[in-house]
Design a protein around this ligand. Structure first.
Ligand SMILES: NC(=O)c1ccc[n+]([C@@H]2O[C@H](COP(=O)([O-])OP(=O)(O)OC[C@H]3O[C@@H](n4cnc5c(N)ncnc54)[C@H](OP(=O)(O)O)[C@@H]3O)[C@@H](O)[C@H]2O)c1
Length: 317
């Protein structure tokens, strides 16, 4: 039985990746900073580990055939983004070499640019691009122990446990109107099960042994929505105001930045940070410059029918 090490396997996407891996007969190890009361999927081996400790990471990786990296943060300082999205990725690349792991699937984000990472508009995207660049350098080495690399760049991901449509639905249950930053930003949402399938098919791909060329794929759904449309859809599907949702008020940039600054001051994860606003300066959609999930034989699933099933109201849209 093949063994895979899923970093970030306790998260939203990680739980579905683990579930699909187990179904396909993989043996799955998930390192975590603090073990949750239950594993992300029954059958996963949870391992409390400081993944930033390279020696410990290398030891833990021994005996694994593949590594999937889903570790990421959405908010933080420049230093924290670099710590998690760049330094950790450099460490895991070295650890894979040292431990003999032959396949790496790295989940990045649409808008990351490995060629010119610093051209991206936000700390999140710049650090994601730098992390990709580090992996591409490692995978491109003409060393026989170099690993085969697939990088997936998803747009926003939806699914029963998402913190996206679920948050917009909850806010509309609590607020009389929806003041919205970045209302005209475009997204091409992808279902979490399609992302998980893409991870599995990346692990199954048989590259030409002579080239072992890294593959970078944009992971986007079939439809493009503005953020305003997605918020309205979340309101409708969750039955707010008899299925009409709350009125959405698009905030001008200066007010959006003020709102984000205030949200960053509140305890807990902000719903929107200034860095998130910066990320939305780029549309979160496939550019056409890179292949999509069809390369892996995946037809991405449309959002409304799936979101309808978990947001609450079972009705056609
Ligand atoms: N969700 C989306 O809409 C979306 C969109 C585009 C791209 N992506 C990408 O998809 C991947 C998975 O996203 P997700 O939504 O599943 O994320 P998530 O639910 O926030 O999970 C992230 C995981 O990273 C680990 N982690 C967080 N901070 C860490 C740190 N400082 N050091 C070590 N580990 C840390 C956590 O593991 P422990 O707490 O167990 O240690 C957690 O399981 C990420 O690369 C993300 O950038 C997501």
């Amino acid at each position: 039985m093949k063994k895979v090490f899923v970093m970030g396997g306790t998260g939203f996407v990680g739980a579905r990746v683990c579930a699909q891996l187990l179904q396909q007969g993989w043996q799955v190890t998930v390192p975590t900073r603090k073990a949750p009361p239950a594993p992300p999927a029954a059958g996963v081996a949870l391992l409390e580990l400081d993944v930033h400790d390279e020696a410990a990471l290398t030891r833990a990786l021994r005996g694994h055939d593949a590594l999937v990296n889903l570790v990421a943060i959405l908010h933080g300082t420049q230093a924290l983004f670099e710590h998690v999205h760049v330094r950790l990725v450099e460490k895991l690349a070295r650890a894979c070499f040292a431990a003999g792991v032959r396949q790496v699937v790295h989940v990045s984000a649409i808008g990351a640019n490995a060629q010119q990472p610093l051209s991206a508009p936000s700390m999140y995207l710049r650090s994601k691009g730098q992390g990709e660049a580090a992996l591409l350098r490692a995978a491109g080495l003409s060393d026989p122990s170099a690993f085969e690399l697939t990088i997936l760049r998803p747009s926003v991901i939806f699914g029963a446990q998402d913190k996206f449509l679920n948050v917009f639905a909850s806010l509309q249950k609590a607020l009389p109107v929806m003041p919205l930053a970045g209302a005209s930003a475009k997204f091409q949402p992808i279902w979490v099960e399609d992302v998980a399938s893409a991870v599995l098919r990346s692990l199954a791909r048989e590259p030409a042994a002579a080239t072992r060329a890294p593959l970078i794929l944009q992971a986007c759904g079939p439809d493009v929505f503005t953020l305003r449309e997605l918020v309205q859809l979340a309101g409708r599907l969750s039955g707010v105001r008899g299925g009409r949702g709350r009125p959405v008020i698009a905030l001008p940039n200066w007010l959006a930045r003020l709102q984000a600054t205030l949200m960053e001051l509140l305890p807990g994860e902000p719903v929107m940070s200034r860095d998130n606003l910066d990320s939305m300066k780029l549309d979160n959609v496939a550019t056409g410059a890179l292949p999509g999930l069809e390369t892996l034989g995946i037809q991405a699933t449309a959002l409304p029918a799936i979101a309808c099933a978990y947001l609450g109201v079972k009705q056609a849209v």
